[in-house]
Design a protein around this ligand. Sequence first.
Ligand SMILES: [Zn+2]
Ligand SMILES: [Zn+2]
Length: 127
Amino acid sequence: MFCKNCGEQMNDNQAICLKCGVKTGEGNAYCANCGKEVAPEAEVCLSCGVAIKKAANYGNYDKVVIALVCFFLGYLGVHNFMLGETKKGIVKIVLTVFCLGIGTIPALIDFIRILMDKYEVNPDKAF
Ligand SMILES: [Zn+2]
Ligand SMILES: [Zn+2]
């Protein structure tokens, strides 16, 4: 495994790159599989063909924390507020309180997206 931020080789148990100090799996400048440089927006590494997972940025929170909060309190948009997505949070509260708990549906969609690493943190969007 290689550091995605600086390309340094790392052992699989390392949580943080000892060369650049970035957390394992964060950064998008290098392929974690072969250590070659990749374009920041590339979906696949052109050197080894492995899909490059883009680490979603949940700020100070762990993906697991956000996923759990989303699962249990997502209908109140709590995970959205934690991520600074006030609009999405308010929409969920309104849907939950005034529309017979329909806020659970977008919360469930968020939950699935978080699990699949497809969630996009965007404070400007309402959904
Ligand atoms: Zn590094
Ligand atoms: Zn590669």
